[in-house]
Write a protein that binds this ligand. Structure first.
Ligand code: NAD
Length: 253
């Protein structure tokens, strides 16, 4: 099938950091962009800014862990913008705990947002993509999936689940014209990263040491992830699917 002339897309966790940069970029590229976020006010001010710059944007308060809330959100996007043929699963919860201190509740919460939230969004949006014969899904995982990360077992497990989900969906929906890829970001300077640094979670050397361990010698910017994402959701990326598309300044661990 031909790509739709007017594309509608959803970016989850779009009120901050990487998700915000992706939403801004997709809107700039002409996608009617829905910004899903737990923080409805921040999502609305981001959407207003995008509209002010001439883009099409709709903010929706959605908790991706809540299947009914995701379904309502997807319906609103359809009413506003038509069938959804682009989905970027970026909403993410962080966590930093020694393994034996992770409670079953914390484990469940982590998987509920990062992995099951991705499942809910894919499940509710894929029928539009299949009907259009064209679709693009990008899952924002983490470079911690390459080598694990100390004190983040629940986070890394949830993100590694996203990688397996990506590869499996790519196999199942390739014949329907839907590509599914994952970007595992390396060290990106976002509010999440700043919070972790302030809590000493990046180690004693903090941001400076993380940069020193990165071959290109800088922190990643949210726009670096947005640029890769813009390619993966484009028409010309139709032969790229099931891939782990690292954006990490050359640091693969
Ligand atoms: P961020 O904290 O700046 O932004 C995350 C956004 O997601 C926030 O606006 C938050 O409100 C939203 N969110 C959280 N839980 C949600 C939920 N249940 N439903 C809807 N929205 C929710 O974080 P960021 O650094 O921009 O990270 C974005 C993604 O990239 C995350 O999945 C994160 O795990 C991943 N990532 C980030 C880095 C990095 O270095 N910053 C590295 C690897 C992976």
């Amino acid at each position: 099938a031909q790509p739709p002339e007017e594309k509608a897309g959803i970016v989850t966790g779009a009120a901050s950091g990487i998700g915000l940069a992706i939403a801004e970029r997709l809107a700039r590229d002409g996608v009617r962009t829905a910004l899903f976020d737990l923080d409805g006010d921040e999502a609305e001010s981001a959407a207003a800014k995008i509209r002010g710059a001439g883009g099409r944007a709709l903010a929706v308060r959605v908790d991706v862990a809540d299947p009914d809330g995701v379904a309502r959100g997807v319906d609103r996007v359809r009413e506003h913008f038509g069938p959804v043929t682009i989905l970027v699963n970026n909403a993410g919860k962080e966590g930093f705990r020694r393994f034996l201190d992770i409670t079953p509740e914390q484990w469940d919460e982590m998987l509920a947002v990062n992995l099951t939230g991705t499942f809910h969004c894919c499940r509710l949006v894929l029928p539009d993509m299949i009907a259009a014969g064209w679709g693009r899904i990008v899952n924002i995982s983490s470079s911690s999936t390459h080598g694990g990360q100390q004190y983040m077992a629940h986070y890394v497990a949830s993100k590694t689940g996203m990688v397996g989900l990506t590869k499996s969906l790519a196999l199942e929906f390739g014949p329907s014209g839907v590509t599914v890829n994952t970007i595992p970001p390396g060290f990106i300077d976002t509010p999440m990263t700043r919070r972790n640094d302030a809590r000493g979670r990046l180690g004693p050397g903090g941001i400076e040491e993380a940069i020193a361990r990165t071959p290109v010698r800088r922190a990643g910017r949210p726009e670096d992830i947005a640029a890769a994402c813009a390619f993966l959701v484009s028409d010309e990326a139709g032969y790229v699917t099931g891939q782990v598309f690292g954006v990490n300044g050359g640091r693969n661990t």
